[in-house]
Design a protein around this ligand. Structure first.
Ligand SMILES: [Zn+2]
Ligand SMILES: [Zn+2]
Length: 294
């Protein structure tokens, strides 16, 4: 049965799902990253080092924010497609020697969330994005914006949503923070969860109870009497986005800002999500507002 995805817990926890440390090719240690991001208002970060399956629960160091587990895997599949995949969760027995396909299959068996990383930057075809039934995709990757501008993968996300409306859309830093590369804090997620624990945050991410942002905020996302009611920070546009050419919008061309909107629920769209855009063109996205799997 179709259910509204968001249930307002009253608590949004800010985090980043894609960060590299000195455990792979990042320039900062885990304590340095934790302090940097905690000082910028983050509640959690995710260890996403290349082919390093992290185990935050076994780390006895005290940090000013919560660490989630993960590993970024890369390689070619049977048909020659080249991928980077952000894998959320704690895994055993992952190594480059086993190859990309075996590693991805192992992560899936162990209950990991498979997020297709920066497909625009990798140059993936749409077929490649659809081939592996990823749980989600990076809608926006901040370091790719700095590398060559190929940071925007909304087209992939919409194609993936058309096949599976639960496909998660994620904005992430992919920060490496090396001497020649200090790019960070350009995209993040806000997770609606009852508490800031690894279990509660991961459960909420798995259910898609988060939004991704480059700047603007959703304050509340509710279904009231058959209408989608949304409150935001001041923005230029609030859009209800559906497949292909489908969409509705509130906002004004005269650059006046708005902070709320109400949309009736379309009954024929295969999926729908909210997108807001501020006066600087920075956007934020919910996941698809209705889910069939809960
Ligand atoms: Zn990558
Ligand atoms: Zn990365």
């Amino acid at each position: 049965m179709q259910q509204f995805r968001y249930n307002d817990t009253g608590q949004w926890f800010k985090g980043n799902l894609h960060i590299h440390s000195t455990l792979s090719d990042g320039g900062r240690t885990l304590p340095e990253l934790a302090k940097l991001y905690a000082d910028a208002g983050y509640d959690f970060l995710t260890r996403m080092d290349h082919w390093v399956a992290s185990d935050a629960a076994a780390d006895t160091t005290s940090y000013p924010l919560l660490w989630l587990d993960g590993a970024e895997l890369d390689g070619h599949d049977y048909a020659g497609g080249y991928y980077h995949v952000v894998c959320l969760g704690h895994f055993e027995g992952i190594s480059p020697e086993m190859g990309f396909v075996a590693a991805i299959e192992s992560v899936r068996r162990q209950g990991g969330l498979l997020i297709l990383a920066h497909p625009a930057w990798c140059g993936n075809s749409m077929d490649e994005a659809l081939r592996w039934q990823f749980h989600g995709v990076e809608v926006y990757n901040h370091i790719c914006h700095w590398l060559n501008g190929k940071s925007d993968s909304r087209a992939y996300w919409n194609a993936m949503l058309l096949r599976n409306s639960d496909t998660l859309g994620i904005g992430a830093d992919d920060a490496h923070l090396r001497a020649n590369n200090q790019v960070w804090n350009g995209a993040w997620v806000h997770v609606s969860a009852p508490e800031l624990t690894r279990e509660a945050i991961m459960d909420a991410i798995r259910r898609g109870r988060f939004y991704s942002s480059q700047g603007p905020d959703f304050k509340s996302i509710e279904l009231v009497d058959g209408h989608i009611e949304v409150q935001t920070s001041p923005v230029r546009w609030i859009r209800l986005v559906g497949p292909n050419m489908h969409g509705r919008r509130e906002g004004r061309l005269d650059s006046t800002s708005i902070d709320q909107a109400s949309f009736s629920v379309p009954t024929t769209w295969e999926y729908l999500y909210l997108e807001i855009e501020d006066e600087n063109g920075r956007r934020a996205w919910t996941n698809s507002l209705f889910t069939y799997s809960d």
